[in-house]
Structure formats: structure tokens, C-alpha cells
Design a protein around this ligand. Structure first.
Ligand code: ATP
Length: 320
């Protein structure tokens, strides 16, 4: 199995399902649930279940949340490299209303202390991977150090620029071979780096040539893969690097599934994409997109994020 290394976040998610989101000053009733989360961990589990050998570099507290992460990583066969700190393990407080809308508060905790020095100490884990996948729930300088180290060693770099409100300075984008925003994140990147206003809801409907041109402005030298929810995916390659696709841009439609919970669909897509890239780096890029698109579609048929990720066998059984 080919190795994928992730650098990112682990959170303990505390979820309250309630009729309406609580207003300021209100006390309301809700159904409580807890489980693992964090974009880094969700994507690590997806990559492992999608068929990759996974190393996951993260920061945890010396507490029950940290123990949860270690136990789950072991069960998933993920090689966990932990920076232990004085802060508690990251947490997310999530309220979900009857319409499926949510309000989320993140307590970064240990995630906020993940240090570039730790990445340097664990350098071999990055240098010897086939693919590096990072998100923006860790300090920007740590994400940048990870991308640079990977790049210097010929490792393919993938930046999932999520969440949308995180700081994405141009140097981060420059270090990524692939950029994988959803519509909201792409809209934020356009506003920040190109000075162009396109509402998230309008991204999918843009003419292909226009969307490609905007992708080229956001990320001139690399590939951009925009995930478009139930609409599928848009891929835009740099002019001199079509990654075996033979064309500069295209749409790939979503699979037809009965979606019950799309939480973590983006994480599923990213994990499966890097697992596929690591497994068959010479394959046409469209093949990797097809696999990730199928994997992510299946993930929406089950409620939950990390623990609801499908296996490689599930994808084969469903789509052949
Ligand atoms: P999240 O933030 O909840 O993790 P996201 O907004 O980052 O999700 P989306 O763009 O909604 O990610 O979805 C990622 C991918 O998952 C899509 O590109 C598609 O491949 C698949 N997907 C999502 N929703 C559906 C759906 N309803 N039917 C089929 N596939 C879906």
C-alpha cells in the first residue's frame, strides 16, 4: 500500500440536535451525541479506508480526547505521530436544527499549537510519503512548513483550503500541486486573492471556460478541483500540466445516491483522492476524480463523518 501523510486537526465533536438553533440568552432542549472529528482526522480515516497506508501528524492533549484519538487511529491502522501539549485536545460544539442547518464553535486547543518544529522532527514521515494532504485547521506556518518539506522531496502536495474563513496567504497556495476547495472556499479564495466576487451558490452554474479562467487566477501553476456537492466536481489544470487528462478543464457529475447526511463529504472526497493518487500516480487524473467522487457519494448515504466513511470494498461492491 502506498503511503499518504496528513498533517492536521483532531477534535472531539459534541453535537446537539435541536428544533431550532439556540438564540442568545435561550436555554433549549436537544439530543446529544459525541464522536471524533476534525478535518485532518476525518480525511485520514477516509484515506485509510479508501486503501492507503496513512500517517497522521497532529497535536493532542493528555486527556480523554487524546486517548480517543489514539484508540481510533489504532483501530483504523493509522500511524499516528502525536505532539503532546499543555492544551486540551481540540473540541467542536455543534448545534444542528431540524432543517439540517448548523452553528459550530471550535475550541482549537492542542490543534492550535501544532508546531513546524514538530513537523521537522517527524520529517521522514513527510519526505517518504507519496502524497501529502493538509487543511487549514492547523497554524498556517505549520501547514506551510509541511508543504515546503514535501515539495523539496518530490512529494505531491494537496491543500484542502478549509475552513473558508482560515487565513490562506499566497505562499501556501504556491506550495500546493493540487487545491481542493468546495464552492464556499473557492468563493473566499477568489475574493481574497483575485478580488473577484462570486457567491458560493453561483460557482457551479458558471460557464466552464469562465470557471477555468478563475481557477487559473487563483492557482496559476497547479490543478484546482472544486467540489460542488450534489452537482459533482469541476477540474481545472494548468496549461502545461494536464496530468494525463488531455484537456485543461472538465466537469464530473455526482453519482446518484440517496444522501442522508453530507457532513464530511468533502473530507471523504479528499481522503479518497489522495489514496488513489498514491496508489496509481501514473493514472490519468480523471480516474482519481472518478474514484473520489464515488467514495464521497457513498459517504453521504450514512450519518456521521469519520466513523461513517466507506471502505474500498464498499466502493467496488457498489460501482464495480
Ligand atoms: P463538508 O463540508 O460537509 O465536508 P463539502 O462542502 O466540503 O462538504 P461537498 O462539495 O458538499 O463537500 O461534497 C464533496 C463531494 O461529495 C462532491 O464533490 C461529490 O463528489 C460528493 N457529494 C456530496 N453531496 C453529494 C450528493 N448529494 N450526491 C452525490 N455525491 C455527493
Amino acid at each position: 500500500m502506498a503511503t499518504v501523510t496528513l498533517v492536521g486537526s483532531f477534535n472531539v465533536d459534541h453535537v446537539w440536535r435541536c428544533e431550532q438553533l439556540p438564540a442568545a440568552g435561550a436555554t433549549i432542549a436537544g439530543r446529544y451525541d459525541t464522536g471524533p472529528g476534525g478535518k485532518g482526522f476525518n480525511q485520514a480515516v477516509a484515506a485509510a479506508r479508501a486503501g492507503a497506508q496513512v500517517r497522521f501528524l497532529c497535536a493532542l492533549g493528555d486527556d480523554a480526547g487524546g486517548a480517543l484519538a489514539r484508540g481510533l487511529a489504532q483501530a483504523e491502522g493509522i500511524d499516528l505521530r502525536v505532539q503532546l501539549g499543555d492544551e486540551p485536545t481540540g473540541t467542536a460544539g455543534i448545534y444542528v436544527d431540524a432543517m439540517g442547518r448548523n452553528s459550530i464553535v471550535i475550541g482549537a486547543g492542542a490543534n492550535g499549537l501544532l508546531a513546524s518544529e514538530f513537523i521537522a522532527v517527524q520529517g521522514e514521515a513527510v519526505q517518504t510519503a507519496k502524497v501529502l494532504l493538509v487543511q487549514l485547521e492547523s497554524p498556517a506556518e505549520t501547514v506551510l512548513a509541511s508543504l515546503k518539506l514535501a515539495r523539496e522531496n518530490g512529494v505531491l502536495t494537496v491543500l484542502n483550503p478549509a475552513p473558508a474563513n482560515a487565513h490562506t496567504y499566497a505562499e501556501l497556495l504556491d506550495q500546493a500541486d493540487l487545491l481542493t476547495p468546495n464552492e464556499t472556499e473557492f468563493s473566499a479564495l477568489l475574493a481574497r486573492h483575485v478580488g473577484e466576487r462570486v457567491e458560493p451558490d453561483d460557482v457551479a452554474a458558471l460557464d466552464g471556460q469562465r470557471l477555468h479562467a478563475l481557477c487559473r487566477e487563483v492557482h496559476p501553476k497547479g490543478t484546482v478541483v472544486i467540489t460542488l456537492g450534489a452537482t459533482g466536481v469541476f477540474v481545472s489544470h494548468a496549461d502545461d500540466q494536464h496530468r494525463g487528462d488531455g484537456k485543461a478543464f472538465y466537469r464530473h457529475p455526482a453519482e446518484s445516491v440517496t444522501a442522508v447526511d453530507t457532513t464530511g463529504a468533502g473530507d471523504a472526497f479528499n481522503g479518497a483522492l489522495v489514496a488513489s493518487l498514491a496508489h496509481a500516480p501514473q493514472a490519468a487524473f480523471a480516474e482519481h476524480v472518478r474514484y473520489a467522487n464515488r467514495y464521497a457519494a457513498l459517504s453521504t448515504e450514512r450519518a456521521g463523518a469519520a466513523l461513517a466513511m466507506p471502505s474500498q470494498a464498499d466502493v467496488l461492491a457498489r460501482f464495480g
